[in-house]
Each structure stands twice: as structure tokens, then as C-alpha cells.
Design a protein around this ligand. Structure first.
Ligand SMILES: [Zn+2]
Ligand SMILES: [Zn+2]
Length: 177
């Protein structure tokens, strides 16, 4: 097994050194490769019957490269999101929330989109909010019945109101006023 991938291994430093720009650059190279492959496949399909057979085989892989380029762009966007989400003043919850309905989000893998599942709510997110940290600006102070204090975004404050019995939830701007 490769070092650094086990659950008990310490986090690999090199893993965090891949930047969003590097992934975007990789995506453009895959895009270019996809273009070249498309041209080669089209050219083969215009040739002899034998060439056409080979051309159709290659054409199947053009979609694979386009999918890979889209995945790389999505991964770059995820890295940007995570970097922002870890800054001070950002909601610390490890998954997303609808600002109106709370913990109602579901990622639809085949659409590569996260939707709020509450009927009538049209909000969507282009990232997988079930595995990526929330990262919205904090708006509410939550003091749990145990005395623990956390600060949440508006969506997670909505969720805490529904879920945390006996918690005191206050808007931060109201408290400062
Ligand atoms: Zn909603
Ligand atoms: Zn949040």
C-alpha cells in the first residue's frame, strides 16, 4: 500500500501543495488532449473501413477525457472552497446547509449538483455539500444546553434551532447592536 493513504497515517504535506491553479492547468491540458483525440478520431472515420473501425474506438475515449477535464475543474473549485471555508469567521460545520431550511441538502451525483430537498426551494450548489465544509460567513452564536459555544452560518443556525434542545441561538449582529 502506498505511504500516506492509510487512515492512521499523518496527513501528507505534499497533498496540500497541489494548488487550484495547478489543477486548472492540468484540466486545460486534458482539454487540449481531448481536442487532439477528437481530431484524430474524426480523421480516421473519414478514411478506409479499417481506419473507421479504429476511429470509432478512439471516439469513445473523447468523452472520458472531457469527463476528466470537468472533474479536474471541479476539484480545483473544491480546493478554492475549502481554503476559504477554513478562514476565521467561517461556519465550522463539515457539510453544507440551506440558508432558509437548514440540513436539507442532498448531492445528486449524476448531475454533479447539490440541491435543497425542501419542496419549493430552488437553491443549488455546484459542489458536493455532503462532504465539503460549509464555509459560509458566521451569523449566529449558538450556546448549547451543555454551555458549549459555537458560531454558525444562518443555515446551520436554522438546523441547530430544530435539532439542539435547550440551545440559545442569537444573531451576531443583533448582539453587537
Ligand atoms: Zn432550501
Ligand atoms: Zn454553516
Amino acid at each position: 500500500m502506498a505511504a500516506g493513504y492509510g487512515a492512521t497515517e499523518p496527513e501528507s504535506k505534499s497533498a496540500t501543495e497541489v494548488t487550484a491553479d495547478a489543477l486548472t492547468d492540468l484540466a486545460s491540458r486534458v482539454d487540449a488532449l481531448s481536442g487532439e483525440l477528437g481530431l484524430a478520431a474524426a480523421s480516421l472515420r473519414r478514411g478506409s473501413e479499417d481506419a473507421r473501425t479504429v476511429g470509432y474506438r478512439l471516439a469513445d475515449h473523447n468523452g472520458t477525457l472531457q469527463y476528466l477535464a470537468a472533474e479536474l475543474k471541479g476539484a480545483a473549485a473544491d480546493l478554492v472552497h475549502i481554503t476559504t471555508a477554513r478562514e476565521p469567521g467561517r461556519c465550522p460545520v463539515e457539510w453544507g446547509a440551506c440558508p432558509e431550511h437548514g440540513a436539507t441538502l442532498r448531492y445528486i451525483a449524476n448531475e454533479a449538483i447539490t440541491r435543497c430537498t425542501r419542496p419549493g426551494c430552488a437553491r443549488t450548489w455546484t459542489r458536493d455539500a455532503s462532504v465539503l465544509p460549509c464555509g459560509e460567513p458566521v451569523t449566529h452564536s449558538v450556546v448549547e444546553s451543555t454551555g458549549d459555544h459555537v458560531e454558525f452560518c444562518v443555515g446551520h443556525a436554522v438546523d441547530a434551532r430544530a435539532r439542539l434542545i435547550g440551545a440559545t441561538i442569537t444573531a451576531l449582529n443583533a448582539r453587537e447592536a
